[in-house]
Design a protein around this ligand. Structure first.
Ligand SMILES: N[C@@H](CCC(=O)N[C@@H](CS)C(=O)NCC(=O)O)C(=O)O
Length: 329
């Protein structure tokens, strides 16, 4: 794992010394937006019009942030309009690679690169920053539109509606305040909370993160005991942003990131809800247990130096979820 400083690759693990043992996620660098007519979005520059076949998505099936973008690509019927390259789940000193010796790893279908970092250098040969997935690439301007998943899913939610005819809205006006409030806590304490627990390098940093994580899961369990979905009776972006973390929890985070006060299967409402989301049309195809079990245990050698891949529990994600009953309540 590494990062670029002025276009030069440095093999370097996260620096937690300056933050008292706490993992701090760095900000994504490319923050442009695809819009209906190419007008600039909330950040970055314009010129990225929604067009079929123009954009390419780079993902890892291991990565929860990339998983969000694959979820929205499927929900919004973008499969025929935005093609995808999938990196290899092993991420060592070269960062993400395009090795194809793992089922589902496609190689770089656009440029035939060996490493994802080459794609970043095409966009900015002197860049400083981390080489992360997901990446949304523009074949016309030959650059990265965005490497921030939260913003890529907002683009996918509406910018391509004229291209696909799919007008399903997962961020409806009337629910935005509620969705934003839920996202803020879910991001900080759950999606990123598992990383803060797992990458902590002091007991105090771990204790703080893991306690907040399970308190937040208790809060989610409470919401889901009264509501079918996080924002009420309608499924929204808030739910889709939680699913990738729930899917990885018992298989990876519980053991590898020491998130072991409870498992997801111990929360009756969260577990049934997680199965409902997983069983939603198209969703199971975006969730690749083999990629994330391999990635985390193999790539984080400061946590698992011998790279032993654990056996893991057998969990039935296809068991009936019974959440329809919530609607009648
Ligand atoms: N803010 C980014 C975070 C993406 C991210 O951190 N991805 C991880 C994989 S799960 C990554 O590529 N890490 C490589 C690195 O940090 O060097 C997003 O949500 O899109």
């Amino acid at each position: 794992m590494g990062l670029f400083i002025d276009g030069k690759w440095h093999d370097q693990w996260y620096d937690t010394k300056k933050s008292g043992g706490t993992f701090e996620r760095s900000e994504a660098k490319f923050r442009n937006w695809v819009t209906v007519d190419g007008a600039p979005g909330p950040t970055g520059t314009g010129g990225f019009k929604a067009e079929s076949g123009r954009y390419h998505l780079y993902v890892s099936h291991a990565c929860p942030w990339a998983n969000r973008t694959m979820i929205f690509r499927s929900l919004k019927g973008l499969e025929d309009h935005i093609d995808v390259s999938v990196v290899h789940p092993g991420m060592l000193s070269d960062g993400w690679t395009f090795g194809t010796d793992f089922d589902g790893a496609t190689g770089d279908r656009l440029f035939g690169s060996e490493f994802l970092r080459e794609v970043y250098l095409r966009a900015n040969p002197t860049m400083t920053g981390r080489v992360t997935v997901p990446v949304l690439w523009d074949k016309v301007q030959n650059t990265i539109v965005s490497n921030e998943s939260a913003e890529i899913i907002r683009m996918f939610n509406s910018a391509f509606d004229g291209v696909t005819g799919n007008r399903d809205d997962y961020y409806p006006d009337a629910l935005r305040d509620r969705i934003d409030a839920i996202n803020a806590r879910v991001y900080d304490e759950i999606n990123n909370g598992v990383y803060k627990s797992g990458f902590a390098t002091t007991q105090k940093a771990y204790d703080t993160a893991v306690t907040a994580l399970f308190d937040a899961l208790d809060w989610v369990e409470g919401i889901l005991s009264e509501n079918r979905y996080l924002a009420g009776d309608r499924i929204t972006e808030a739910d889709w942003r939680l699913l990738p973390t729930l899917a990885r929890f018992d298989a990876v985070y519980h053991l590898h990131f020491k998130c072991n006060r409870a498992r997801i299967i111990d929360y009756p409402n969260i577990w049934a809800y997680a199965r409902e989301l997983y069983q939603w049309p198209g969703m199971a195809e975006t969730i690749h247990f083999d990629h994330f079990v391999r990635h985390y245990h193999y790539s984080h050698d400061s946590i698992n130096p011998h790279r032993i891949i654990p056996i893991n529990p057998r969990i039935d994600w296809w068991a009936p979820h019974g959440r329809e009953a919530m609607r009648a309540a």
